[in-house]
Design a protein around this ligand. Structure first.
Ligand SMILES: C[S@@+](CC[C@H](N)C(=O)[O-])C[C@H]1O[C@@H](n2cnc3c(N)ncnc32)[C@H](O)[C@@H]1O
Length: 314
């Protein structure tokens, strides 16, 4: 069987193409999958089909990874997971009320005029009947009656389950702390929720010998990020090329920590080609797979330019 070639980008479905990778040839796989957020490349995904994709792709890693090899997945929890079953109750925020009518004021009016209906009450208080409803029912309905409620959906537990089914072990967890892009915006929320500022790096290990090569990083790099669990790296602000690129610095760190020069790094969700670019710069080989032709072409273009110019010394 002809295997996929190193230093190439393949356009297609990873679930099919990963079967064509030479067994035990990959030292490190590093990728960031679709996050189930409705991007252009996940339009037809259901939560179940998305989980199935992750489970299948993780499973295929066992055969292609070298014994002792690593699979590093960058992912974030779904902060706004739509759930039809979620009670549609939103926190009260009296300070943001446009209308200062309180429940007590309405009850007082009803004590004096027990026959008043909500329309008459609305007229008396110069507000809408919805305001009367909300005050009397003691809650707001998130985004109106027909909007589905949302909650946080944790994803890491599922990845660990899929990895352990596949024979891979959770070896470490790191946090990518993104820049506080929100500093520059006027973003506020009418909930008690925080803004999104970090993502996970889950490190899975295929049992087998692995090398702890101290020479991969300088002493300063080990101190600054090699030993550190939280990596502070600015996110990619411009997304005109691809809607969900991770920063090259993230790929660069993962590649330099978990692989040696000339080893093969795989990214089966290559997107715009960031992992391949970082692999070239770190003098590793790469194999990239991307489903959408426009992104595979973009990655190919970037990589051919990087291959022409000599790799940077890092
Ligand atoms: C989060 S993006 C990766 C972005 C990439 N790390 C970068 O920096 O550009 C996920 C990518 O996976 C691709 N993808 C989705 N399903 C796929 C599949 N079954 N096989 C291969 N690629 C897929 C999407 O088209 C998308 O470009």
């Amino acid at each position: 069987m002809a295997y996929l070639l190193e230093n190439n980008i393949y356009c297609g479905d990873s679930v099919e193409l990963m079967k064509e990778i030479k067994p035990k040839s990959i030292a490190l796989a590093f990728w960031s999958p679709p996050y189930f957020l409705g991007k252009d490349y996940e339009q037809n995904a259901t939560y179940e089909s998305w989980q199935k994709l992750l489970r299948n792709v993780i499973k295929l890693h066992f055969d292609v990874l070298k014994p002792g090899g690593f699979l590093v997945i960058n992912i974030a929890d779904i902060l706004s997971f739509k759930d039809e079953k979620m009670p549609k109750i939103m926190g009260l925020n009296p300070s943001s009320r446009k209308c200062q009518v309180t429940k007590e004021m309405i009850l007082e009016m009803l004590r004096k005029n027990p026959r008043m209906n909500k329309y008459q009450l609305a007229e008396a208080f110069n507000c809408s009947e919805q305001t009367i409803d909300r005050r009397l029912n003691g809650n707001n309905i998130r985004g109106g009656k027909y909007e589905t409620g949302t909650h946080v959906k944790e994803v890491g537990g599922n990845l660990e389950t899929y990895a352990s089914e596949a024979g891979l072990y959770l070896y470490d967890v790191r946090i990518w702390q993104k820049d506080p892009a929100w500093n520059n915006s006027k973003w506020t929320t009418n909930t008690l929720k925080a803004v999104s500022e970090f993502e996970y790096l889950y490190v899975f290990w295929k049992p087998g010998n692995y090398i702890v090569n101290r020479a991969r990083l300088t002493d300063e790099e080990w101190r600054e990020w090699g030993y550190r669990q939280i990596w502070n790296i600015a996110s990619v602000r411009a997304n005109n090329e691809h809607p969900a690129m991770f920063p090259k610095e993230l790929a660069r760190r993962v590649i330099r920590l978990y692989s040696d020069e000339d080893e093969i790094v795989l990214d089966p969700f290559l997107g715009s080609g960031t992992t391949a670019l970082a692999a070239i710069e770190a003098k590793r080989q790469f194999i990239g797979i991307e489903l959408m032709e426009k992104y595979a072409l973009l990655a190919k273009k970037k990589i051919s330019m990087a291959l022409i110019s000599p790799p940077l010394d890092i």
